[in-house]
Design a protein around this ligand. Structure first.
Ligand code: GDG
Length: 459
């Protein structure tokens, strides 16, 4: 059987600690049988560097290409994160459409496609990841590659009316039809994509997720991504996890902890979440001085204006709730605009009585699964989860909320804080079984098995 070739914007660069379920899962898949991990080196250079950097670690070959400053601006910060990311998260209002940035995006896909093609051998299977590389399959085809190409979208695929707001949607849809298998997080995303291809590309639906479009037969399917649950349980119990929990306990004493941990991204619903916590204190006098909200929010994509605006809004909101409600010996919100090691995060998950995961839209959301995996089975905390996270499709035992409904989120937090232990255990068991069943190993196995059965028989 041929090699596995993974293409993603960022790779887990050799030598770095492979933190994060995704990096670990892809590494496992690659090292199992030997393979190639292709993507951006993370370097930004003044002028285009010819060729690629090759690094070999165990049986995995990394093929890394630099981005020029202009490419980083136009392709990465520009089209990928100022147009695609907001539109895929249903935020047309935040999208900036620029033909120049699209051209730059297409050019990077073309250049990366050419570089990748030079390394492909007959029989290889190619697995492309995420919205940065929607046109990569088409570029490989343009270079004559006939072997299998799979694609997985980590973020939501919006309804056709939203996707079609992208002035370049025809080119993107056409490009996506060159993959053999298109994987999405949820059935809702699959349905949206199929409706889009039927309405705008004259696709004809077939059985088993098949679509005939642009003279090809492509397959669509949901592959909900997961985590390494055992690893997270272990981390929560590790020295690092316990000592982080002890540090926080020393400060909050016997007050209940409500926890959020998200990249600082407008899709995560952070302002609404802070408002909901403020509302909780407005309406439940008895909770004042009794509960702490800890939000960890490592800054992300600071080169994009909407992210800088979000930062300011959060600073203001947290400041206001704290000014309104703090007392000499109590501060309601602890909002930390920085990241922590995974072990620390896991320890805090275990300490928290409530895990607050309230994105306005999210492909899956791994924090929800990590929170569940980290709980003490005898005395688990409660997950409050947005109905608009992909994770909600299979985590109905959480307290599901509409994150726009501030009052309802506040009430869900209160309910979670009051929930009797038997009910917490019952809900947690259901959730934990789901997190264990749909783990990250199953995700990649299911995807690669489906890829094996899709598209051309030979590469
Ligand atoms: C995209 C999709 C989809 C958070 N704070 C810290 C930290 N994290 C880690 C979490 C988790 C990861 O970052 C975030 O993953 P999410 O899934 O929640 O969200 P995105 O980053 O938006 O990921 C998403 C995912 O791709 C996979 O397909 O689920 O829907 O948007 O693992 O633990 N990690 C560390 N320090 C922190 O402070 N080390």
């Amino acid at each position: 059987m041929g090699r596995l070739i993974v293409a993603s914007n960022r790779t887990a660069t050799p030598g770095e600690e492979r933190a994060g379920g995704l990096a670990v899962a892809l590494w496992d898949a690659l090292s199992e049988r030997g393979g190639v991990w292709f993507g951006w080196s993370g370097e930004i250079v003044q002028r285009e560097t010819k060729g690629v950097r090759l690094v070999v670690e165990e049986d995995v070959e990394f093929i890394l290409a630099d981005l020029t400053e202009a490419e980083h601006e136009g392709y990465y910060l520009g089209y990928a994160n100022r147009a695609l990311w907001p539109v895929f998260h249903y935020r047309i209002d935040l999208a900036r459409f620029s033909d120049e940035e699209f051209d730059c995006y297409a050019a990077v896909n073309r250049r990366f496609g050419r570089l990748l093609c030079q390394t492909l051998r007959r029989g290889d299977r190619v697995w492309v990841h995420d919205y940065h590389f929607l046109l990569l399959g088409q570029e490989l085809r343009a270079h004559g590659w006939q072997g299998r190409i799979g694609f997985f979208l980590h973020i939501p695929f919006p309804p056709p009316e939203v996707f079609a707001a992208l002035p370049q949607h025809q080119r993107l849809g056409r490009g996506m039809a060159d993959f053999d298998l298109l994987g999405f997080q949820t059935q809702r995303d699959v349905d949206n994509f199929r409706r889009y291809m039927i309405q705008h590309h004259e696709a004809e639906p077939g059985e088993d997720g098949l679509l005939r479009v642009h003279g090809r037969m492509i397959r669509t399917e949901a592959f909900p991504i997961g985590i390494d649950a055992a690893e997270f349980r272990r981390l929560a119990d590790s020295e690092e996890g316990r000592s982080a929990a002890a540090r926080v306990s020393r400060i909050i004493g016997d007050r209940a902890l409500v926890l959020g941990a998200d990249r600082m991204d407008y899709s995560k619903g952070l302002p609404q979440r802070m408002q909901a916590f403020g509302r909780l204190l407005d309406e439940h006098v008895e909770l004042r001085g009794r509960v702490n909200f800890l939000q960890i929010a490592p800054p992300s994509r600071e080169g994009v204006g909407a992210y800088r605006d979000l930062r300011e809004e959060l600073d203001r909101l947290a400041g206001r709730v704290n000014a309104d409600y703090s007392d000499l010996d109590w501060t309601p919100i602890r909002y930390l605009a920085r990241g922590y090691p995974r072990g620390v995060l896991a320890g805090l998950y275990r300490l928290a009585r409530v895990g607050l995961v309230t994105p306005l839209h999210d492909g899956m959301n791994l924090v929800a699964k990590e929170y569940v995996a980290a709980q003490d089975p005898e005395d688990p905390g409660v997950l409050v989860l947005s109905e608009f996270a992909g994770a909600a499709e299979r985590m109905q035992a959480a307290l599901l909320v509409n994150p726009h409904d501030i009052g309802a989120v506040a009430e869900a937090i209160r309910w979670a804080l009051d929930m009797p232990r038997e009910e917490r255990i019952e809900r947690w068991r259901t959730l934990e079984a789901e997190v264990r069943e749909h783990d990250v190993t199953r995700w990649r196995r299911d995807f690669l098995t489906a890829l094996e059965q899709s598209g051309p028989a030979e590469g």
